[in-house]
Design a protein around this ligand. Structure first.
Ligand code: ATP
Ligand code: MG
Length: 384
């Protein structure tokens, strides 16, 4: 009797001729997530099986698989030879101690002497004999003992279907550049887009020494957490200190955030294109704060020349974003109280609905392309 993990995928099955490619990327991502843990990954009848792992690593493996996009559901199962006694022993082991149950058999091996109904009834009878605290309820059972008779003379027996991360394998939808702050929203935005199969690289802007080194560490931690879902990521760190000082010195202070946003987008697009990313991703949510009005987005969007800007959180309320942030494990890091560069030189009355012509008038007081080039030149890149 051997412990194995069954991994099921759903949306990949809908793909046509290129399904094999999706499956390959999926398998590579599973392997990456299990790196450092002894195991074998095998494809079997439109699913994957993780086998030959150390029993002590079981929970670690299940925890890592929970973060692999493309996994629809997964189950810890017992693998036995396809004979009734071994199947019954395995069924007793996976069976819960109390409650109502039914047995479901999937019989790919058509040579097995009993049909699905007969085997379910036989195993159900043996489970009842072994434990007087359980009862059969075929309509609304508390748990299901599943038996999967494979063609190769083995059977998989399990009780639980754990919900996977869903989505598509990371790497099947191109690469995006996430503008990551230290806040709650941007990591959630990155996670949502990664879930649809996109590789995520990150860019973070800081205003050291106005912002401190702990703020930087926090973003590194957030990016690492995100990279558990994205099979690794690059973090580009760029200083906008000089840009903010120049805005502060030369422009109407109320335009600080609006102008800074435009610089961020310009720099992010440049770095994205050089590194092969095909879109920008932000954590903006419509009407959340003063700078996230449609006019604010028009202003920051209008400097992005070639790439689309994805804003997956646009339609979410803050509490919905927080809920996701907790679920993906970034919330506790995001709420550490270190300042973002947007809070440096923060105006008392930031413009909320900036008119593009007024923005351009303020911006004309700066040497934009020189400032952008300087910032890009000072870029630091970390592999996480
Ligand atoms: P977040 O929680 O992601 O910080 P927020 O609600 O604080 O978002 P803003 O500060 O207005 O909103 O930022 C909007 C978006 O702009 C962020 O989600 C992020 O994508 C980008 N952004 C803001 N500050 C930075 C930064 N320092 N570096 C990189 N991107 C940033
Ligand atoms: Mg922020």
């Amino acid at each position: 009797m051997q412990k194995v993990i069954i991994i099921r995928y759903a949306e990949i099955h809908l793909k046509g001729n290129n399904r094999g490619w999706f499956e390959k990327v999926f398998a590579v991502n599973i392997e990456k997530s299990l790196k450092g843990l002894k195991h074998e990954l095998r494809r079997q009848s439109g699913r994957y099986l993780v086998e030959n792992f150390n029993e002590a690593d079981t929970q670690t493996i299940l925890g890592r698989l929970k973060k692999v996009f493309g996994v629809h559901s997964y189950s810890l199962a017992l693998k036995v030879n396809s004979n009734i006694d071994e199947i019954a022993e395995a069924s007793k082991k996976v069976c819960s101690a109390y409650g109502t149950f039914k047995v479901e058999t999937h019989r790919a091996d058509k040579t097995f002497p009993l049909n699905s109904m007969q085997l379910s009834a036989e195993i159900g009878g043996r489970l009842l004999d072994a434990n007087s605290n359980i009862k059969v309820d075929v309509h609304n059972p508390d748990f299901i003992v599943s038996i999967d008779l494979r063609e190769n003379g083995t059977a998989l027996v399990f009780n639980e279907n754990l919900k996977g991360a869903g989505g598509m394998p990371v790497g099947t939808s191109g690469t995006g550049m996430l503008l990551i702050s230290g806040g709650i929203d941007s990591p959630v935005a990155g996670h949502m887009i990664a879930k649809r199969g996109m590789n995520i690289n990150c860019i973070h802007f800081h205003s050291y020494p106005y912002t401190n080194l702990q703020a930087r560490e926090k973003v590194i931690e957030l990016t690492k957490r995100l990279s558990e879902y994205t099979c690794g990521t690059n973090l580009n760190i760029v200083s906008v200190t000089r840009i903010q000082e120049e805005i502060h010195k030369n422009c109407n202070p109320d335009y600080m955030v609006t102008l800074l946003r435009r610089f961020m987008m310009r720099i992010a697009e440049k770095v994205a294109i050089t590194s092969g990313a095909q879109c920008l991703i932000t954590g903006e949510s419509l009407a959340q704060v003063a700078s996230q009005t449609v006019e604010g987005m028009t202003s920051s969007n209008s400097v992005v020349e070639k790439l689309p800007v994805l804003r997956p959180l646009c339609g979410f309320d803050k509490d919905e974003i927080i809920e996701r942030s907790r679920a993906i494990g970034t919330y506790e890091i995001s709420i550490e109280p270190y300042e973002d560069c947007c809070t440096v030189f923060l105006p008392k009355h930031p413009v909320t609905r900036p008119k593009l012509c007024a923005v351009l008038a303020e911006e004309s007081k700066l040497d934009v392309s020189k400032l952008v080039d300087e910032a890009v030149t000072g870029l630091e890149s970390l592999k996480l």
